[in-house]
Write a protein that binds this ligand. Structure first.
Ligand SMILES: Nc1ncnc2c1ncn2[C@@H]1O[C@H](COP(=O)(O)OP(=O)(O)OP(=O)(O)O)[C@@H](O)[C@H]1O
Ligand SMILES: [Mg+2]
Length: 328
């Protein structure tokens, strides 16, 4: 038996733009794999394709190319009717809990909704399970008769999490689940998610802009640039051995949790290129301080750095991929 819950190969998503013949190349040949009980973190700038990957692996949007295997089954081309019963095994938590929940429904009904859709439960079984779920996400059961307007953002996100775990899914995509919340409540939500990934044994894809958050919860981290994974790295190596120049500059721009920590700033020059006209060769070459002529024409293949650590940079082979060492 395999413990791989989700694998994607050459995942590609192009959105047609208004102008004929042009496409937004949102996701460009991504390979990824998520195992049971594992959190794969995904980090990248705005527009790098994180949400599109999350939605595509759940088949909420159709891939343009590539293959998606969920729980051992190729789901790439399954029609919506066949996907529907699989929805109980693959759930998503969105950034904005306010727009994810119907404001007119009671919290109890919102939590019970996935149970009613996917399981043939009696009313009382459903009510019992709803209470258990509310308690599990530390929501007072007094809220079950209220509507979303009575709850804070953090409490609403707990409702969304209760809905996501209600059907015991095998895969949960969390798309920036703490970004819209006050700093003071983020830690509590992350702590809850940490507990749930152990209890549920589901595979998590945890999407975030924030490296600090990603570091707290992820086992492995995929760094995305213009719809490509440029580095995939175990958490322990992300901060100590970032191998792609883009990862190094991302790390140098993040706010450390310890204000005394010294970080060497490696600011990136220029803007992120348009995904309508992707750069040739390595997508990062237009901003990379280490780029050489070959980087403009030759797309880099993933190089293995160590076990579970891959990075796609042509300069790795001659050891010239570390910005602070090469640029003085
Ligand atoms: N439905 C759509 N139609 C057209 N273009 C889209 C659509 N959805 C996303 N895009 C484009 O695809 C690219 C990737 O978008 P995506 O939302 O996946 O990025 P992201 O990494 O999640 O960004 P953010 O951090 O801002 O949430 C962007 O250029 C975006 O404008
Ligand atoms: Mg997004």
């Amino acid at each position: 038996m395999t413990d791989v819950v989700l694998s994607a190969t050459n995942l590609t998503k192009r959105f047609p733009t208004g102008r004929s013949g042009n496409f937004v190349n949102a996701v460009n040949g991504v390979d990824l794999c998520i195992r049971r009980g594992e959190v794969l973190g995904m980090v990248g700038e705005s527009g790098s394709g994180k949400s599109t990957i999350g939605r595509t692996i759940l088949r909420l949007t159709d891939p343009s190319e590539g293959q998606i295997t969920f729980d051992g089954r190729d789901i790439t081309n399954l029609p919506a009717k066949t996907i529907r019963p699989l929805r109980k095994d693959m759930q998503m938590v969105f950034q904005d809990p306010w727009s994810a929940l119907n404001p007119r429904m009671k919290i109890g009904d919102l939590i019970a909704e996935p149970l009613r859709i996917h399981f043939n439960m009696s009313r009382s079984e459903c009510a019992d399970r709803t209470e258990i779920l509310a308690k599990r996400v530390s929501l007072s059961i007094d809220f079950l008769n209220r509507t979303p307007s009575a709850l804070s953002g953090g409490q609403l996100q707990r409702v969304c999490i209760a809905r996501a775990i209600a059907t015991n899914p095998k895969l949960i995509v969390l798309d920036e689940p703490t970004s819209s919340l006050d700093l003071s409540v983020r830690a509590g939500i992350l702590e809850l998610l940490q507990e749930l990934r152990v209890e549920t044994e589901a595979g998590f894809l945890f999407i975030s802009h924030d490296l600090g958050t990603i570091k707290l919860i992820s086992d492995r981290i995929a760094v995305l640039y213009l719809g490509r994974i440029v580095e995939e790295v175990p958490k322990s190596k992300l901060f100590s051995d970032p191998s792609h120049p883009y990862t190094q500059s991302l790390l140098s721009a993040h706010l450390p949790s310890d204000p005394n920590e010294k970080i060497e700033r490696l600011p990136l020059e220029g803007e992120i290129p348009s995904p309508i006209n992707l750069p040739t060769g390595c997508s990062f070459h237009t901003r990379c301080p280490l780029a050489i002529n070959e980087c403009k024409s030759k797309p880099p293949s993933p190089e293995q750095i160590s076990a579970g650590h891959m990075a796609s940079c042509l300069r790795i082979r001659d050891g010239k991929n570390i910005i602070s060492r090469e640029i003085k």
